[in-house]
Write a protein that binds this ligand. Structure first.
Ligand code: BGP
Length: 452
C-alpha cells in the first residue's frame, strides 16, 4: 500500500467469520456430542440457530456472491469426537467439514480454521474438569493431530484457540465450577496455563507436519483507555491490556510467560502446577501470525477498593462522546488504529490477522430489506483506519469481520445480530442480504479503494 491512498495490499484477505456452535445448529444431530457451549447457551439458539448445517451450499454461494477471499470458521470438536475421548472420529461430522472445504475451494475462498471456539466437548469436562486438568493438553493435541491429517492439505491458516483470555475471564465458558470466586479464579489460571501448553504443542506439530500452513491464536484485544492522564490511570489501563491481552500474545509470539503475569499470580497466592520441560514446550511453539478479535475500546479506572485481584479492582466508564451498542460496546474506529499501532510497537512487523470486528444491534425486516446504516458506517470507518495503520507500516494481512451471517450471540441469544446476512429465525431460517452485505461487496471488489 502506498502512502495513505486507501488501497490495501494486493493479496489482502478480505474475509468474514463465524464459529461452529453459533452458526451450525444441529447441536445433537448426526452423532454430534454436547459441548460446554451447547449446555451454557441453554436455549434453542444452539439447536437450530442459523442452521448453517442444513444450508451449507446456500451459505457458501452467498460468500461467493459477497466476493469473500477468506472465510474464518471453527470446527466443532464434539461433532468429530462426541465425547472428546472417542477412539475414532464421527464419519458424518468428518464429512460435513469436507463438504465445506470442497465448496470453499470451488469458489476460491481461503479457509481460516479455528480448532476450538468456546466449545470443549462436555465429556472432557465431566471426566476431569476439562482444561483444569493437564489431561486436556493431550486431548487437544490428539484432536489437532486428527485435523491436520484429515484436512491439512486444504488449510493454509489455522487458528488454535479462540479467545483463551475471554474464557479465563469468564470461566463458565470453560465449564469451571468452584467453591468460591478465589477457587474458580485459581482453577481458571491453571486452565490458562494448560491451554498455552496445548497451543504450543499444536503449533510445533503444525510446523513439523504442515509446512505449507501458518498457525496462530485468536486473542481478544479490548483496547483499554485511561480515565484521565494521571499516571495511576495510565498504569491501570496498561496493566489491564497487559494482563488481559498481551500476556497471551507474549506466550504465542515470544514463547514465554511474562513476569507481570507471574507477579499477578503471586499477588493472588496462586502457584501453578508445572513440569520441568514446560518452558521448552512454550519456546518450541511460536506462532506465525497473531489473530486479533477487536471490537471496541473501553475506558477504565481503578476503584480504589484495594482488592488483591486486579480485575476486581477496576471499573468501566462509559465515554459519553462515543456511540455505543445496546450492549455498551463503543464505536471507536481511531481506537482500532491505535490498537494496531500498539501491536506494531510491541511486536514489530509481526503479521496480524484481524479475526473478528463488528457491530451488533436488534434488527427486523422491512419489505425484505435490512437498512443497517450503523453497521455500514462502522465498517467504513474501521476499515479506513486499518488502511491508515497499514500505510504506517503495521503488518495487517487479513480482515475477517464478525459476522458473515446472523448467529447466536455468546451471551445474548438471537436478538443481538452482527451479520451481513439477515436470518429470519421464525421462517425456516430464510436468508436476506442486508445493506452491509452490498457495502462490503464493494469494499472487496475495489480492494478498499471505495474508502478513499
Ligand atoms: C467474541 C467471540 C465471538 C462473538 C463475539 C461477539 O468474544 O469470539 O464468538 O460472539 O465476541 O460477542 P457476543 O456474541 O457476546 O456479542
Amino acid at each position: 500500500m502506498t502512502e495513505n491512498d486507501g488501497r490495501f495490499p494486493d493479496d489482502f484477505l478480505w474475509g468474514a467469520s463465524t464459529s461452529a456452535f453459533q452458526v451450525e445448529g444441529a447441536a445433537y444431530e448426526d452423532g454430534k456430542g454436547a459441548s460446554i457451549a451447547d449446555i451454557r447457551t441453554k436455549n434453542e439458539a444452539v439447536l437450530v440457530s442459523t442452521d448453517h448445517y442444513h444450508h451449507l451450499e446456500e451459505d457458501v454461494q452467498l460468500m461467493h456472491e459477497l466476493g469473500l477471499k477468506s472465510y474464518r470458521f471453527s470446527i466443532s470438536w464434539s461433532r468429530l469426537f462426541p465425547s472428546g475421548s472417542d477412539k475414532t472420529a464421527n464419519p458424518l461430522g468428518i464429512n460435513f467439514y469436507h463438504r465445506l472445504f470442497d465448496l470453499l475451494k470451488q469458489y476460491n475462498i481461503e479457509p481460516i480454521v479455528t480448532m476450538y471456539h468456546f466449545d470443549m466437548p462436555m465429556g472432557l469436562i465431566n471426566d476431569y474438569e476439562g482444561w483444569v486438568s493437564r489431561k486436556a493438553v493431550d486431548a487437544f493435541v490428539r484432536y489437532a493431530t486428527f485435523l491436520f491429517e484429515e484436512y491439512g492439505p486444504q488449510v493454509r491458516y489455522w487458528l488454535t484457540i479462540n479467545e483463551q483470555n475471554v474464557m479465563v475471564f469468564s470461566p463458565d465458558i470453560l465449564g469451571i465450577q468452584g467453591e468460591n470466586s478465589r477457587d474458580i479464579f485459581a482453577k481458571a489460571q491453571q486452565a490458562n496455563y494448560h491451554m498455552s501448553l496445548a497451543q504450543a504443542k499444536v503449533i510445533e506439530l503444525c510446523h513439523k507436519t504442515q509446512p505449507h500452513a501458518q498457525i496462530g491464536p485468536a486473542i481478544s484485544y479490548i483496547t483499554a483507555l485511561p480515565a484521565s492522564m494521571k499516571s495511576q490511570d495510565l498504569m491501570t489501563a496498561k496493566q489491564m491490556e497487559d494482563l488481559f491481552s498481551f500476556s497471551l500474545m507474549d506466550v504465542a509470539i515470544k514463547g514465554e510467560i511474562s513476569p507481570y503475569y507471574n507477579n499477578m499470580l503471586k499477588s493472588n497466592g496462586i502457584v501453578l502446577e508445572t513440569e520441568p520441560y514446560d518452558k521448552k514446550i512454550l519456546k518450541a511453539g511460536i506462532a506465525d501470525f497473531i489473530g486479533v478479535n477487536w471490537y471496541c475500546t473501553t475506558v477504565i479506572r481503578e476503584k480504589g477498593t484495594h482488592k488483591e485481584n486486579f480485575f476486581e479492582n477496576i471499573e468501566k466508564i462509559t465515554d459519553p462522546d462515543l456511540l455505543h451498542t445496546e450492549w455498551d460496546w463503543s464505536y471507536d474506529p481511531v481506537g482500532l488504529r491505535y490498537a494496531l499501532q500498539q501491536l506494531q510497537d510491541r511486536y514489530p512487523n509481526f503479521p496480524i490477522m484481524i479475526t473478528e470486528c463488528g457491530w451488533s444491534q436488534r434488527e427486523s425486516l422491512t419489505n425484505g430489506k435490512v437498512r443497517d446504516t450503523n453497521r455500514v458506517a462502522f465498517f467504513k470507518d474501521h476499515i479506513y483506519q486499518i488502511g491508515k495503520a497499514i500505510a504506517d507500516g503495521v503488518n495487517v494481512i487479513s480482515f475477517n469481520l464478525w459476522s458473515f451471517i446472523d448467529l447466536t450471540s455468546v451471551n445474548d441469544g438471537l436478538e443481538k445480530r452482527y451479520g451481513l446476512v439477515y436470518v429470519d429465525w421464525k421462517n425456516g431460517s430464510k436468508r436476506y442480504k442486508k445493506d452491509s452485505f452490498y457495502f462490503y461487496q464493494q469494499v472487496i471488489a475495489t480492494n478498499g479503494g471505495i474508502l478513499k
